[in-house]
Structure formats: C-alpha cells, structure tokens
Design a protein around this ligand. Structure first.
Ligand code: GDP
Length: 525
C-alpha cells in the first residue's frame, strides 16, 4: 500500500442528521472531546457563539437562536482521521444540508429515544437513501424514559424503510437505565454516575441473567431476555454489505450528555464505516487513490468576518493528494487556477494546511470564482462529478430595490447570493425578480445581507405560491404563457418554470394538460 492509499484507508467522512434537539450538538462535542480536538464540554456551543459575534449578518441567527452555518471539523482517534460535516438542524436550511450530504461517505442518524423518528430526520434520511450511503443510528437520551427499543426498530423499519440491526441493546431505561449489552461481543457496558467507561465481558448471552439479577428488577430482566431472544430469532442478521449499500443500519444506544455509549459507538463506527469511496464522474469512475487530484465544491459561504468580503468555497477531495499552491483546472470553464491559501477546519479554529487527502474538506478563498457543484482536477482533460441536486422551493416572494438608483447593486447582490445556493432566483416576463426558498428564514437572511453587504434596501412581497415545477419542453411553455392564469417564470438559465399556489392547483393543471411534462427540479435539463 502506498502512502496515498494508507491515508485514504484511515479516513472517515460523515455528517450527523437528526431532528432539532435530538442531541446532535452534544454528540458532536463528545466525539471532539474523545478525539482531543476540544478540551472542555460546552466548547461547541461557545464556538457557535463566537461565530455570531464576529459576524454582522449572523446577528440574525443569534436572534432566532439557531445556527445557519454548517462547518467542518477534523479530529483523530485511534489512528483514524475523522471529518465531521456539521449540518444545520433547522429545517429552513435544509437545502444547504442536502448538499452537505453529497460530500460524505456515511451518515450518523441520531434519534431521541422518547420521540422516535421525527419529520426532519425523515427528510434527510431520504436523501441518504437515494444516494445509497451507509447510515449508522445512535439512539440517544436513554437516561430518560423513552419508547421501547423494539418499537423504535419497528418505526425505523416502517417509517424509513431500512432494516435495523442493534449492535447493542439497552438494559433498562430512564431511572432504571443500567447500561447496554453488546450483542456481538457479549459485553456489558455499565452506565454509572462517575461517567467512567466500565466494560464487563461475558462468555455468552446466557451469563447475562446471572450478572444482572442483582442490579435490575425481575420485570426488566425478563423483558430484556425475551427481547434479546426475539431479536436473535426474528431480527435481521448482521450484513456488512447491506450496511454499505444503505439497506441495513447498525443501531447503538447511549446517552450523549453523559458520554455514555459514545466511545463504543465511535469504535464500531470506525471499523464498519467505509473509507472515501470511488465516485462516478462525467468520464469514468474516479478512484480515490488515482494520482490525479480531484474534488468538488459543495458549499460556498460568505466570510464570517465582515472586514473581508471574501467567501470560502468548501472543497471535498475525491482523489489524489492535495498540495498547497497546486495548479488545477476548473471543469466548468477549462481555466487553470492555483489553490492558494487552503484552510482546514478544527473545532475552534481554522488553519492553513500544506496537504490533504481524499475524504478531507479544504476551504478555499473565493473571490466569486467558484460555483456550487464545480469540479476541479489536476488532469488537463477535465471531467466533473455532476451537478449537485437542487430542491424545489416551497416559498416564494417578489423582491425589488426600494431605491431604483440601486438597481445595479441589486442585480449583483441577487446573482452573487444565488450562487451560494441558498435561494433560487426567477424572472417574470415583466423582468420582476422572484425568490424561491426551501425555508422562509432564507428571506430574512437575504434581506439582511442585501442591506449589509450590498447597501440595498429591499421591498419584499410574499406570495401565496408553494410549488415550482420545471417545464420539460420549451414549446409547452410558450403555449401555456398565452394563458394569463399560469405564472410562468424563467430560472437563472432561462429554463421555464411554472409556479402553483398549492398541490391542488398543480393537480388541476395536470388534469387539464396531461401532455405537459413537469419536473421537480432542473436536474439534467
Ligand atoms: P441538537 O439540536 O440536535 O444539536 O441538540 P443538542 O445537542 O443541543 O441537545 C438538545 C437538548 O437535549 C439539550 O438540552 C441537551 O442537553 C439535551 N440532551 C442531549 N443529549 C442528551 C442525553 O443523552 N440525555 C438527556 N437527558 N438530554 C440530552
């Protein structure tokens, strides 16, 4: 194995998906603590707070008490290099989250034991399943009374449509929570007040009852024995291939707040989760250990420092070795460029780096050069990893500059902010500008940033519309435009889009025009 292959083999790149409040921040923090990337609990939250302080436009998110940014953190554990891609939990920013999921090799799904599978989890899960990426489940908050584990497995299977395989199983719950039992390695991990890791090995499952008899009541013990037997007999068998294809999810239990179950989860995860995987490009499948360097931009973020108007483009490395200052080609333009001043992100800092490997995320200074979905590669004969998915907006508003003299700034701001990918921009036949977003908070952010960054005060007029569909054939659009009842606009590439007030009006339209082909997004158009 050469050095490049060794570096690839020890990398794991994942995102955590969950519904707000399931414990993502807490778990992230405990993982970073384990990796020595932070020293004190609370650092992740304070890191967020610091970011707010250094950023004007993020005053907004502070006011709303949520995080609109997602960042990248790297740490080491047991010889592995781990990249966690943080995703904002708030549903208003799901589009950003979706794209982040394109840059990972696996996903950790946190479920609150009391709440089960929640709406935001379902939405994010679907994106992962469509991509066929491995999903690891951490069921959290076992220190509180929650749903029965078997009920949770059933929910995962019914609601998410994925087979679950519990690697460990909780002993009691809430007040009577004693720990977890590792079904494969026959180990009890005791939950204790001192928060020390205390593991006891058994010869097999039959020993479990003898050991637990003193510490759990008869009812709990009886139920545990029965459920473990049921799982062995009727539950799924562990299938690593199915895990790799995203068809089976290994399930772990714990209590992130007290770190319980977190190291065990991480150690299993590192062994089972895939290293950076090959990716399909427009030319061929690109292997991570190709000596040619390649990567793609999955996120662009305005700099958090208002003194510098530059942006950071987040590049996921797909193949080869990244070197500071290296020259690459941008597939979209064919132009050569130098990757100067690359940065890597840690829990509480970012640092200049000299090299990075597949699976790593590098931050590049961007003066408006990159677009989301851009591929860069060292081979002159360039290729790309395909456009990143766009999601159909659900909220629309007309915007214009209050002061007509500011029209030039207005257009510049609209096009630059649209390039970051959090909003979509449409034009009406009368040259009016319509914004489409996945979550309404984006409107506030947009108005705020147009003022703060481009000096343009906006008038915003919210529209009752909820659904956008791309019209597959331009001739259809022409014919439909003649009927004033249809709101037909053009997207930034001048492709026709029809906007409906609700699903009812969409269905009505489809009944009237069965021959008109409508698409959910502009993907491959
Ligand atoms: P996020 O919104 O998913 O990032 O969730 P947080 O990590 O901020 O956690 C939400 C709330 O749940 C916080 O008040 C945490 O202290 C609490 N929490 C997180 N993990 C646990 C846990 O294992 N047990 C209990 N009882 N509370 C937890």
């Amino acid at each position: 194995m050469n050095q490049l292959q060794q570096e690839i083999k020890r990398r794991r790149t994942f995102a955590i998906i969950s519904h707000p409040d399931a414990g993502k921040t807490t778990l992230t923090e405990k993982l970073l603590l384990l990796g020595g990337a932070i020293r004190t609990a609370g650092a992740v939250k304070s890191r967020k707070a610091e970011k707010f302080a250094t950023s004007d436009w993020m005053e907004l998110e502070k006011k709303r008490g949520i995080s609109v940014t997602s960042s990248v953190m790297q740490f080491e554990y047991d010889g592995y290099k781990i990249n966690i891609l943080d995703t904002p939990g708030h549903q208003d920013f799901s589009e950003d989250t979706y794209r982040t999921l394109m840059a990972v090799d696996s996903v950790v799904m946190i479920i609150d034991a009391a709440k089960g599978v929640e709406p935001q989890t379902i939405k994010l899960f679907k994106v992962c399943r469509d991509r066929g990426i491995p999903i690891f489940t951490f069921i959290n908050k076992l220190d509180r009374q929650g749903k029965e584990p078997l009920e949770l497995f059933e929910e995962i299977e019914k609601v998410l449509g994925i087979e679950s395989y519990p690697i460990n199983y909780p002993i009691g719950m809430g007040q009577s929570f004693r720990g977890v039992y590792d079904r494969q390695e026959h180990k009890i991990e005791w939950y204790n007040e001192k928060r020390e890791r205390q593991v006891q090995s058994l010869s097999d499952v039959d020993e479990l009852s003898d050991i637990l008899r003193d510490s759990v009541d008869d009812f709990t013990l009886g139920q545990l024995e029965e459920n473990l037997m049921l799982l062995d007999e009727a539950g799924a068998t562990f299938d690593l291939e199915a895990v790799k294809e995203g068809k089976q999810t290994p399930v772990f239990f714990g209590s992130a707040i007290s770190s319980f179950g977190v190291p065990t989860f991480l150690e299993h995860y590192l062994k089972l989760a895939p290293q950076p995987q090959p990716r399909q490009s427009s030319k061929a499948v690109v292997q991570p250990d190709d000596t040619d360097f390649s990567g793609f931009v999955f996120k662009i973020q305005a700099n958090m420092n208002p003194a510098h108007r530059d942006r950071i483009a987040f590049l996921r490395i797909c193949s080869g070795r990244f070197e500071k200052g290296m020259s690459v080609y941008l597939d979209r333009t064919g132009k050569q460029l130098k990757l100067a001043q690359p940065q890597q992100f840690f829990a509480d800092s970012r640092e200049m780096i000299d090299e990075a490997y597949p699976g790593d995320i590098v931050g590049l200074y961007d003066t408006g050069f990159y677009q989301i979905g851009d591929t860069v590669c060292s081979a002159k004969d360039t290729y790309n990893f395909g456009a990143l998915p766009q999601f159909s907006p659900e909220h629309f508003a007309k915007v214009r500059a209050k002061n007509a003299m500011k029209q030039k700034h207005f257009l510049k701001g609209v096009s630059q902010l649209a390039q970051e990918g959090a909003i979509q921009v449409y034009k009406t036949p009368y040259e009016e500008t319509i914004l489409g977003v996945v979550g309404t908070l984006q409107f506030d952010v947009f108005v705020y940033r147009m003022q703060a960054e481009y000096g343009v005060d906006l008038e915003i007029e919210h529209m009752p519309h909820q659904v956008a569909k791309w019209i597959a054939k331009r001739e259809d659009a022409e014919a439909l435009r003649r009927n004033a009842n249809n709101l037909i606009v053009s997207d930034y590439k001048d492709r026709p889009v029809i906007i409906f007030e609700n699903d009812f009006s969409l269905r009505w339209f489809q009944q009237k025009h069965p021959d008109v082909e409508l698409r959910d997004s502009s993907h491959n158009m």
